[in-house]
Each structure stands twice: as structure tokens, then as C-alpha cells.
Design a protein. Sequence first.
Length: 221
Amino acid sequence: MRILYLFFVLFSFGILFLRAQSNSIPSDSIATPFREGRWLTGLAGTISSNTNKTKSSDKKTITNEFGLNFSTGKFIKERWLLGGRLNLNRASSSNNVDRTTESLYVGPFSSYYLSKNNRGSLFTTLSMGYVRYREETSFNDLASPITEIAEGGGFGTLFGLGYSYVINDQIAFDIGFDLNIFLVDISQEQRPSGTTASENLTVSNTAFTFGFNVILDDFFF
């Protein structure tokens, strides 16, 4: 009997506690984990590998690409996220011409989550910021191999579309794609001749992304 009585008291206390917790959350925000005032911090990645082969020359070109994206922000309004992000990308291809490109992007971003569903939502992201770009190209099929190095900085724009699936109101798994457009002023150097030149470069690519986010009522510290 004492055990049943204790169980009843604990059960009643638990019901009262859950009611108090639910009353502390605005009624229009119960359905969505993307509530005003919460912080979202996430890590995402991209990876791809392509092989191109021509029948006439029987030559293959292998291209590997990967990226790492870090972002953190705060919901300034329900389902409106504002913050900053850092993107690192690297791509390399090998054949008679070996090419390696690297880019670093940093800037503010804004995201909007379309649905109030507590299990997740489609979202869009827009970001504009600074990009640093470097490209190294080696021509191996020449009598005297030549290497060209291009490096510079400029303006970048990122647009993203994806879906975020939320577990237990705190962990979100994202999947989607990003469209990146970089406008860069670069300086080129040709080695071993030492010839230099300058030009404007436009870089655009579409990347499939996947990652996870942590959603907290308060920041980490």
C-alpha cells in the first residue's frame, strides 16, 4: 500500500510539473522547436567524387570534392533564424592537368522555416559575405611542366534549400543543397617563368549538404 501511495504521489507531482512547464511556453509556439529566443548551432558537410573518361584517348579525370560548414544563430522571431556561418571547401582533379581549388567563406545568414510542425520543416537560407579563393593548376603533359597559381578575395552569395528533421525538440538533422556564387579578384602567377596577371573570376557550384544541429534555450555559456 505504501508503495502504491508513493507511486500515486510521484505521478501526481509529475503531472503538475508537466502542466507548469507547458504553461510556461506560449501556446502559439508549442508546435515548433524553432521558437523565438532559442539558439541553433550546427555542423554540415558535403562530399562528392566524379570520374570522367573519353573513349578516343582512354584518359580518365578523377575529381574529388568535400566541404565543411559551421553555423550558429538565434531565432529573433518564431521560425526566423539570424546568425553567422563559416564554409571551407576543397576540390581536386587529376590527369594530364592536376587542379586543386580551395575556398573559405565567412558571413552572416538568415534562415526561414516554413512549417510549425514539431517534427521538422522545410527551410530556406540566404547569406552574403567575404570569400577567399585559391587555385593551383599543373600541366603535366608539356615538355616543360608549368604550374599556375591563382589567389584572391571577393564577394560571395549562398542560397540554400533543405529539410530539417527534429528529435526531442533539441536535435535536428538537415539535408538539402546549397548554391554558391563567388565573384573574386585574383592574381595569377605562372611558374617557373614568374609571369603574373590579374583578372576577375566567377565561381559557381551546387552542393548536396547533410548535417546536424543542436537547438538550445540558452547559449552554451
